[in-house]
Design a binder for this molecule. Structure first.
Ligand code: ASP
Ligand code: MG
Length: 327
């Protein structure tokens, strides 16, 4: 695991190259990663469908998108807003607002493969873990609580690794990860963020990820208005899934649905209410239903599975912070 340490701490790694600069061996490696990606998406989408989820198509432009604020992990250099038909729209940072509305009004269980555009600060190119465009496998379940979502994720992660070890043996062997990739024991362990801060300090993630040998949950993370916060205890009913040596591959929460709390949190956090008019209107009318969900960073998941050094390696057209290629 020495390599990953270098990857994440020194910044001395080769950035993923554009396609036209790849050697024959590098193209072969891309192809094997692509096969793992295909099998991963096939397994996960099939699992969602078998569990009664509807498959929603993504959106690109909307008036409302994820504020990504306040979020301890966010580092956005620029927010894309543009004018279309005389209205201001934003490119999708995440489909969180759409998920809450869609699960409340139409589909009790839904998932989306959603492109997220997050113009990360350019110094994040060397973390090996950030992209300015990535795909989120985002899902939401009306009436669910955190433990429903966490045990569902436990089972699909375990099922996925089991499936890949059986059905992508050749690919994993080529990538030299077949033996090191182990089917995790369930339930995955759960840690409270407060405990991690006491142990490792405020910047706990880099230390924590190096100390675990199996994916693990972290709960109670203060962040955006849409995650449920218990005002009486100060606890946040949310969760991140951290994978060993890499970091966070999924974040999610039980959601706020009550108008008064949504407004109070937006005002407290300096989030502009005028960017969430429909959500607030529906909440005021009692049409937003309690739900819980999460989103999996697809490239991060496959980066971890394939033992890649930079998450951009699993993209055919790498979107590395600060680096624009032709395609
Ligand atoms: N997908 C996340 C969620 O479901 C939102 C995010 O992208 O941070 O909470
Ligand atoms: Mg979030």
């Amino acid at each position: 695991m020495q390599k990953e340490k270098i990857r994440l701490e020194s910044g001395e790694i080769d950035l993923p190259k554009p396609l036209e600069q790849l050697s024959k061996n590098e193209i072969e490696r891309k192809m094997y990663i692509a096969k793992v990606m295909t099998k991963t998406l096939s397994y996960l989408t099939q699992s969602f469908i078998e569990n009664g989820f509807e498959w929603l198509l993504p959106v690109v432009f909307s008036k409302s998108t994820d504020p990504l604020w306040p979020d301890p992990g966010a580092s956005i250099e620029k927010r894309i807003e543009t004018e279309v038909y005389g209205e201001t729209v934003r490119t999708t940072l995440s489909m969180i607002v759409h998920k809450i509305v869609a699960s409340s009004l139409v589909m009790p269980k839904l998932f989306i493969l959603s492109p997220n555009v997050r113009i990360e600060k350019r110094d994040r190119r060397f973390t090996g873990w950030h992209l300015y465009e990535f795909t989120q496998l985002d899902f939401e379940i009306r009436g669910a609580n955190s433990s429903n979502v966490m045990s569902f994720v436990d089972s699909i992660i375990k099922g996925l690794i089991f499936y890949l070890k059986k059905n992508a043996k050749e690919e994993l062997e080529y990538l030299n990860v077949y033996n090191s990739l182990s089917v995790p024991e369930l339930p995955l362990k759960v840690y409270d963020r407060i405990w991690l801060e006491e142990k490792y300090g405020r910047d706990w993630e880099p230390f924590f990820k190096d100390d675990i040998n199996e994916p693990a949950w972290v709960t109670n993370i203060p962040r955006e208005f849409y995650d449920y916060e218990d005002f009486s205890t100060g606890r946040w009913d949310n969760y991140d899934l951290i994978v060993p040596k890499y970091g966070e591959i999924l974040s999610g929460a039980r959601r706020e649905w009550e108008y008064d709390k949504l407004v109070r949190k937006m005002e407290r956090d300096g989030v502009r209410k005028e960017n969430y008019l429909l959500l607030l209107k529906l909440a005021r009318e009692g049409k937003i239903k309690p739900s819980a969900g999460a989103g999996i960073g697809v490239e991060r998941l496959v980066c971890w599975i394939t033992g890649s050094k930079h998450v951009g390696e699993v993209q055919l057209f790498p979107k590395i912070p600060g680096t624009i290629y032709d395609l």
